[in-house]
Design a protein around this ligand. Sequence first.
Ligand code: HEM
Length: 188
Amino acid sequence: MNTKNMQEQGYGLFAKFLHWGMAIMVIVLIAVGTYMAGLDKTDPSKMQLAGMHKSFGVIFMLFAMVRVIWSRVNQSPKLPNVLATWEKLLSKTVTGSLYLLMLAIPFTGYAMTNLFGYPVSLFGLVELPTMFAKKPELALLAKQAHVIVVYTLIAALFAHIAGALKHRLLDEPEADVLPRMLPIKPRK
Ligand code: HEM
Protein backbone atom coordinates (compact mmCIF):
# COMPACT_ATOMS: atom_id res chain seq x y z
CA MET A 1 0.00 0.00 0.00
CA ASN A 2 1.49 3.39 -0.88
CA THR A 3 1.61 6.25 1.63
CA LYS A 4 -1.38 8.09 0.12
CA ASN A 5 -3.61 5.01 0.34
CA MET A 6 -2.32 4.25 3.83
CA GLN A 7 -3.27 7.77 4.91
CA GLU A 8 -6.75 7.40 3.45
CA GLN A 9 -7.43 3.86 4.65
CA GLY A 10 -5.84 4.14 8.07
CA TYR A 11 -4.08 1.38 9.93
CA GLY A 12 -3.81 -2.18 8.69
CA LEU A 13 -5.74 -5.10 10.17
CA PHE A 14 -2.82 -6.34 12.27
CA ALA A 15 -2.10 -2.86 13.73
CA LYS A 16 -5.82 -2.55 14.61
CA PHE A 17 -5.81 -6.00 16.22
CA LEU A 18 -2.79 -5.06 18.36
CA HIS A 19 -4.27 -1.66 19.27
CA TRP A 20 -7.69 -2.89 20.42
CA GLY A 21 -6.50 -6.25 21.76
CA MET A 22 -3.91 -4.55 23.94
CA ALA A 23 -6.38 -1.84 24.99
CA ILE A 24 -8.71 -4.55 26.39
CA MET A 25 -5.79 -6.44 27.94
CA VAL A 26 -4.43 -3.38 29.73
CA ILE A 27 -7.82 -2.55 31.30
CA VAL A 28 -8.24 -6.15 32.56
CA LEU A 29 -4.62 -6.33 33.79
CA ILE A 30 -5.01 -3.06 35.74
CA ALA A 31 -8.36 -4.16 37.24
CA VAL A 32 -7.13 -7.64 38.21
CA GLY A 33 -3.74 -6.31 39.42
CA THR A 34 -5.39 -3.73 41.69
CA TYR A 35 -7.92 -6.27 43.01
CA MET A 36 -5.34 -8.97 43.75
CA ALA A 37 -2.91 -6.49 45.38
CA GLY A 38 -5.69 -5.66 47.87
CA LEU A 39 -6.31 -9.31 48.81
CA ASP A 40 -4.95 -10.84 52.01
CA LYS A 41 -1.79 -12.97 51.61
CA THR A 42 -3.70 -15.98 53.05
CA ASP A 43 -6.44 -15.73 50.40
CA PRO A 44 -5.90 -18.66 47.99
CA SER A 45 -7.38 -16.70 45.06
CA LYS A 46 -4.50 -14.17 45.39
CA MET A 47 -2.00 -16.76 44.11
CA GLN A 48 -4.31 -17.89 41.31
CA LEU A 49 -5.01 -14.35 40.15
CA ALA A 50 -1.31 -13.41 40.41
CA GLY A 51 -0.46 -16.40 38.16
CA MET A 52 -2.98 -15.23 35.54
CA HIS A 53 -1.89 -11.59 35.91
CA LYS A 54 1.77 -12.48 35.34
CA SER A 55 1.05 -14.83 32.41
CA PHE A 56 -1.19 -12.35 30.57
CA GLY A 57 1.26 -9.58 31.50
CA VAL A 58 4.06 -11.51 29.75
CA ILE A 59 1.83 -12.02 26.68
CA PHE A 60 1.17 -8.27 26.75
CA MET A 61 4.94 -7.63 26.87
CA LEU A 62 5.45 -9.87 23.80
CA PHE A 63 2.63 -8.04 21.95
CA ALA A 64 4.25 -4.70 22.90
CA MET A 65 7.59 -5.84 21.42
CA VAL A 66 5.88 -7.02 18.21
CA ARG A 67 4.00 -3.71 18.09
CA VAL A 68 7.18 -1.63 18.35
CA ILE A 69 8.79 -3.67 15.54
CA TRP A 70 5.59 -3.52 13.43
CA SER A 71 5.37 0.27 13.79
CA ARG A 72 9.01 0.58 12.64
CA VAL A 73 8.61 -1.77 9.66
CA ASN A 74 5.25 -0.40 8.46
CA GLN A 75 4.80 3.29 7.95
CA SER A 76 2.02 4.63 10.18
CA PRO A 77 -0.47 7.02 8.56
CA LYS A 78 0.78 10.60 8.82
CA LEU A 79 -0.94 13.10 11.13
CA PRO A 80 -3.34 15.40 9.24
CA ASN A 81 -1.70 18.56 7.88
CA VAL A 82 -4.41 20.75 9.43
CA LEU A 83 -3.10 20.01 12.93
CA ALA A 84 -1.06 22.77 14.57
CA THR A 85 2.63 22.11 15.23
CA TRP A 86 2.04 21.91 18.99
CA GLU A 87 -0.72 19.34 18.43
CA LYS A 88 1.55 17.16 16.29
CA LEU A 89 4.32 17.44 18.88
CA LEU A 90 1.97 16.61 21.76
CA SER A 91 0.47 13.69 19.84
CA LYS A 92 3.93 12.24 19.10
CA THR A 93 5.04 12.71 22.73
CA VAL A 94 1.93 10.95 24.09
CA THR A 95 2.18 8.10 21.56
CA GLY A 96 5.92 7.70 22.24
CA SER A 97 5.23 7.59 26.00
CA LEU A 98 2.54 4.95 25.48
CA TYR A 99 5.02 2.71 23.63
CA LEU A 100 7.62 3.14 26.40
CA LEU A 101 5.09 2.51 29.17
CA MET A 102 3.68 -0.59 27.43
CA LEU A 103 7.18 -2.08 27.74
CA ALA A 104 8.07 -0.61 31.17
CA ILE A 105 4.95 -1.91 32.98
CA PRO A 106 5.40 -5.65 32.29
CA PHE A 107 9.19 -5.29 32.62
CA THR A 108 8.91 -3.88 36.18
CA GLY A 109 6.37 -6.62 37.04
CA TYR A 110 8.74 -9.30 35.74
CA ALA A 111 11.73 -7.73 37.54
CA MET A 112 9.75 -7.45 40.80
CA THR A 113 8.81 -11.14 40.69
CA ASN A 114 12.43 -12.26 40.05
CA LEU A 115 13.85 -9.85 42.65
CA PHE A 116 11.45 -11.24 45.27
CA GLY A 117 13.00 -14.62 44.46
CA TYR A 118 10.33 -16.19 42.22
CA PRO A 119 10.52 -17.36 38.63
CA VAL A 120 7.90 -16.21 36.09
CA SER A 121 5.97 -18.92 34.30
CA LEU A 122 3.40 -18.93 31.50
CA PHE A 123 0.23 -20.42 33.04
CA GLY A 124 2.43 -22.79 35.11
CA LEU A 125 3.36 -24.61 31.88
CA VAL A 126 6.62 -23.02 30.76
CA GLU A 127 9.14 -21.46 33.14
CA LEU A 128 10.61 -18.28 31.68
CA PRO A 129 14.25 -17.20 32.12
CA THR A 130 15.16 -15.53 35.41
CA MET A 131 16.45 -12.06 34.52
CA PHE A 132 17.37 -10.91 38.05
CA ALA A 133 18.76 -12.69 41.13
CA LYS A 134 16.82 -12.43 44.43
CA LYS A 135 17.23 -8.99 46.05
CA PRO A 136 14.20 -8.14 48.21
CA GLU A 137 15.21 -4.51 48.85
CA LEU A 138 15.36 -3.86 45.07
CA ALA A 139 12.10 -5.80 44.65
CA LEU A 140 10.29 -3.19 46.75
CA LEU A 141 11.64 -0.50 44.45
CA ALA A 142 10.49 -2.45 41.37
CA LYS A 143 7.07 -2.83 42.99
CA GLN A 144 6.79 0.95 43.46
CA ALA A 145 7.98 1.46 39.87
CA HIS A 146 5.30 -1.01 38.64
CA VAL A 147 2.57 1.09 40.27
CA ILE A 148 4.03 4.46 39.18
CA VAL A 149 4.31 3.43 35.51
CA VAL A 150 0.73 2.10 35.60
CA TYR A 151 -0.56 5.47 36.88
CA THR A 152 1.54 7.28 34.27
CA LEU A 153 0.01 5.05 31.59
CA ILE A 154 -3.51 5.85 32.79
CA ALA A 155 -2.70 9.60 32.51
CA ALA A 156 -1.20 9.11 29.02
CA LEU A 157 -4.27 7.10 27.95
CA PHE A 158 -6.58 9.91 29.04
CA ALA A 159 -4.51 12.40 27.01
CA HIS A 160 -4.57 10.00 24.01
CA ILE A 161 -8.37 9.57 24.15
CA ALA A 162 -8.96 13.31 24.77
CA GLY A 163 -6.86 14.15 21.69
CA ALA A 164 -8.77 11.70 19.48
CA LEU A 165 -12.12 13.06 20.71
CA LYS A 166 -11.03 16.71 20.25
CA HIS A 167 -10.07 16.03 16.62
CA ARG A 168 -13.35 14.18 16.08
CA LEU A 169 -15.76 16.56 17.77
CA LEU A 170 -14.22 20.04 17.97
CA ASP A 171 -11.78 20.45 15.07
CA GLU A 172 -12.34 20.71 11.33
CA PRO A 173 -13.36 17.42 9.57
CA GLU A 174 -9.86 16.98 8.06
CA ALA A 175 -8.40 16.68 11.58
CA ASP A 176 -10.51 13.61 12.40
CA VAL A 177 -8.25 10.56 12.81
CA LEU A 178 -10.73 8.19 14.49
CA PRO A 179 -11.93 6.43 11.28
CA ARG A 180 -8.31 5.29 10.69
CA MET A 181 -8.59 3.04 13.76
CA LEU A 182 -12.36 2.45 14.04
CA PRO A 183 -14.97 1.30 11.49
CA ILE A 184 -16.82 4.65 11.54
CA LYS A 185 -17.52 7.15 8.75
CA PRO A 186 -15.26 10.20 8.39
CA ARG A 187 -16.95 13.52 9.17
CA LYS A 188 -18.21 15.53 6.22
C1 HEM B 1 0.52 -4.46 30.90
C2 HEM B 1 0.92 -5.29 31.82
C3 HEM B 1 0.62 -5.10 33.28
C4 HEM B 1 -0.23 -4.22 33.91
C5 HEM B 1 -1.13 -3.16 33.28
C6 HEM B 1 -0.11 -4.47 35.34
C7 HEM B 1 -0.81 -3.77 36.33
C8 HEM B 1 -0.73 -4.02 37.69
C9 HEM B 1 -1.46 -3.32 38.72
C10 HEM B 1 -2.41 -2.15 38.50
C11 HEM B 1 -1.12 -3.84 39.91
C12 HEM B 1 -1.61 -3.41 41.28
C13 HEM B 1 -0.59 -2.50 41.93
C14 HEM B 1 -1.06 -2.01 43.27
O1 HEM B 1 -2.07 -1.30 43.33
O2 HEM B 1 -0.38 -2.30 44.26
C15 HEM B 1 -0.18 -4.92 39.66
C16 HEM B 1 0.39 -5.73 40.63
C17 HEM B 1 1.28 -6.74 40.36
N1 HEM B 1 1.83 -7.09 39.15
FE1 HEM B 1 1.34 -6.27 37.37
N2 HEM B 1 0.80 -5.47 35.54
C18 HEM B 1 1.27 -5.90 34.31
C19 HEM B 1 2.20 -6.88 34.06
C20 HEM B 1 2.82 -7.66 35.04
C21 HEM B 1 3.80 -8.71 34.79
C22 HEM B 1 4.32 -9.11 33.40
C23 HEM B 1 4.13 -9.23 35.99
C24 HEM B 1 5.09 -10.33 36.31
C25 HEM B 1 5.56 -11.19 35.46
C26 HEM B 1 3.37 -8.52 37.02
C27 HEM B 1 3.44 -8.76 38.37
C28 HEM B 1 2.69 -8.13 39.33
C29 HEM B 1 2.70 -8.50 40.74
C30 HEM B 1 3.52 -9.60 41.38
C31 HEM B 1 1.82 -7.62 41.38
C32 HEM B 1 1.41 -7.63 42.85
C33 HEM B 1 2.18 -6.69 43.69
C34 HEM B 1 1.69 -6.87 45.12
O3 HEM B 1 1.95 -7.92 45.66
O4 HEM B 1 1.07 -5.96 45.61
N3 HEM B 1 2.59 -7.57 36.39
N4 HEM B 1 0.06 -5.00 38.30
